[in-house]
Design a protein around this ligand. Sequence first.
Ligand SMILES: Cc1cc2nc3c(=O)[nH]c(=O)nc-3n(C[C@H](O)[C@H](O)[C@H](O)COP(=O)(O)OP(=O)(O)OC[C@H]3O[C@@H](n4cnc5c(N)ncnc54)[C@H](O)[C@@H]3O)c2cc1C
Length: 303
Amino acid sequence: MSFFDLDIPARTAEKYGAEVLYDEPMKEHTTFRIGGACDMMIKINCEALLRDLMQCCKECGIPYYIIGRGSNVLISDNGLKGVVLLLGSDFAAAHISGNVIECQAGALLSAVCGLALDNSLTGLEFAYGIPGTVGGAVYMNAGAYGGEMKDVIQSCRYIDENGEIRTVSCDKMELGYRHSIFTDTDRCITSVSLKLENGDKGAIKERMDTLMARRKEKQPLEYPSAGSTFKRPAGDFAARLIEASNLKGLSVGGAQVSEKHSGFIVNKNGASFEDVRALIGMVKERVYSDTGVMLECEVLIME
Ligand SMILES: Cc1cc2nc3c(=O)[nH]c(=O)nc-3n(C[C@H](O)[C@H](O)[C@H](O)COP(=O)(O)OP(=O)(O)OC[C@H]3O[C@@H](n4cnc5c(N)ncnc54)[C@H](O)[C@@H]3O)c2cc1C
């Protein structure tokens, strides 16, 4: 039973034929496999529905949360009060136009990388293995192995705070290290144009395979996580500092500083939200007292 009157968002979703779930466990929608139930989840299937829902939630004072693949979030075991707008497989079309890939925000990066490969387009190989959606990747300016979304974005469409649909070019998106004009705002990215170059299919495949092998070798992919827990501090690496403070393997409840890669906190055994949060706090405190560096969380906490 929600504190909010969810009739209007429910009717809006019905008008567009979108799937609605009540009391949906968020742990089913996060790579950490952590998170209590949300009051209501609506699986977005078109831009017009998203705009209507953002507007009606605002008018009715209902909080809303935008979630893609849930691969960079830590969600409270108390769940989320209000409406989760899920930009996932119902909003994931991607098509090629010359050397540009147009994708809806819910398209998985891995699928878009596959499409680029099939069409011998190069530039996106770095993103192969990042488990999020295109929208989430733009929000964070996701990056790896020397590449970042900034290198390939041509433009993106989004819904602004007033419900207006806008298009912004890459140079106006203030893309920096894990930052964009979308960071900490109520804007929602609906589609993205990625500009790639014509390349050699064999070389593209080889680069993707190499990077995936590197991930498998270095990262604790056998356990649920949200990737790197902390941002890279200036001139250093979070994992190096954590190891230097002898925190590798440190556990709180079911959460652990990965023994394979100290930059990851993993859900080793049924970790709760509070287990992870307490462990994050302990790591930050110890690293700060040993080195004077205050680590900043890359994982976004939603409660
Ligand atoms: C094993 C593993 C490895 C990873 N490796 C990397 C890596 O190499 N590099 C890297 O950068 N990240 C990495 N990540 C983190 C994560 O995959 C990326 O940050 C990814 O871009 C998040 O996308 P998402 O769809 O899962 O976003 P979510 O986790 O669902 O959301 C993250 C944030 O983006 C917002 N958001 C999502 N979609 C939209 C949208 N359409 N419009 C507006 N806001 C939106 C959400 O509200 C939230 O604030 C890794 C994670 C895991 C689990």
